[in-house]
Design a protein around this ligand. Structure first.
Ligand code: ZN
Ligand code: ZN
Length: 123
């Protein structure tokens, strides 16, 4: 019996990783075949020479969702792609964490509350 072959799981994991990578590269190829090489935001045109700067964006932000009709893909240049994700983050979180932390440090309502409570206690 070799059902508990310890090397088997490793092989399965390696296989899964490899096919995931192939799939990732596959959707880019498919999207480039499906769509003209133009950024969907700034309309910058691309050629084979600078095609590396044209990226595939997933409209629903799910990289595992790759319908063959390309309905979840959008070709964006690196700059616009970055912008798109930045906007999404801001829409979700209502500002970057570092900005929120900075605001909290300068005018925290709790710091004020604490000093009020402390004042009551000591007086
Ligand atoms: Zn662009
Ligand atoms: Zn994206």
């Amino acid at each position: 019996m070799s059902a508990n072959d310890p090397g088997k799981l490793d092989r399965i994991v390696a296989e899964a990783r490899r096919s995931a990578k192939e799939r990732d590269e596959g959707y880019r190829e498919q999207a480039l075949k499906l769509y003209p090489w133009i950024c969907g935001r700034c309309a910058r045109e691309f050629t084979r020479a600078n095609l590396r700067e044209l990226t595939v964006h997933h409209r629903d932000h799910d990289h595992g969702n790759n319908p063959p009709d390309g309905s979840n893909w959008e070709l964006l240049c690196l700059y616009c792609h970055d912008n798109e994700h930045q906007r999404q983050l801001e829409a979700k979180g209502g500002g970057s964490p570092s900005a929120a932390g900075h605001r909290g440090a300068t005018q925290s309502p709790f710091a004020n509350l604490k000093s009020l409570l402390d004042g009551k206690k000591t007086s």
